[in-house]
Write a protein that binds this ligand. Structure first.
Ligand SMILES: [Zn+2]
Length: 197
């Protein structure tokens, strides 16, 4: 006899969340489920984004490969209810930082991410507003750092999760040289970041 249950196992517990970026066409509309804007430097090598491991040894850094700052959060799409990890650049995260200044909590931020130019690496436009929590209920916030380590296939160390990006740090990181969209790379909407160390 089958044993039925209404308590369905969570796929998210077993499978890594899918990583999604702002699409070139249309818009990604979602509600943030995580509690922090978490970011780290990354390198783009062999068509893949990998984490920069500075201040520890980092081979790409030693080879002079540029590093860029990426911001990660989890969110639920309002069209498919898919729970996913949203990746954006430091500059792409600006509207989230402005939202944080006013609302003080990134969780439950309803956002619409698009690229008005319709180009793959076009500038990102993110419009934020507060989600109506009387109509939706958000799941517990996932551990974004752990999920990203899973995606990158690197060991997760809670000490590496680091602090959430403070407004000041994020602003410093966003101070970048003039945006020059590059023909290669995945998401170059912000242009090269100038390292702030
Ligand atoms: Zn590095």
């Amino acid at each position: 006899m089958p044993v039925f249950t209404t308590n369905l196992p969570s796929a998210a517990e077993e499978f890594p969340y899918q990583l999604q970026r702002t699409p070139p066409n249309g818009a990604l509309v979602a509600v943030v489920s995580s509690t922090q804007l978490l970011g780290t430097y990354t390198h783009f090598i062999n068509n893949r984004t990998i984490p920069c491991t500075k201040p520890r040894d980092c081979e790409p850094c030693e080879e002079g490969i540029q590093k860029r700052f990426h911001v990660y959060l989890t969110a639920i799409r309002t069209d498919t209810f898919e729970h996913f990890i949203f990746e954006t650049t430091a500059a792409g995260a600006d509207p989230f930082k402005n939202y944080l200044r006013m609302v003080s909590e990134i969780r439950a931020c309803h956002f619409k991410a698009s690229r008005p130019s319709g180009k793959q690496n076009g500038r990102i436009r993110i419009v934020c507003k507060q989600a109506d929590l009387t109509k939706i209920r958000l799941p517990d916030p996932p551990n974004v750092a752990r999920l990203m380590c899973h995606i990158w296939n690197v060991p997760y160390d809670p000490a590496d999760a680091g602090p959430s990006i403070s407004t000041e740090v994020a602003e410093a990181l966003a101070k970048r040289s003039n945006a020059h969209p590059k023909p290669n790379g995945e998401d170059n909407s912000t242009g090269p970041l100038r390292l702030v160390q």
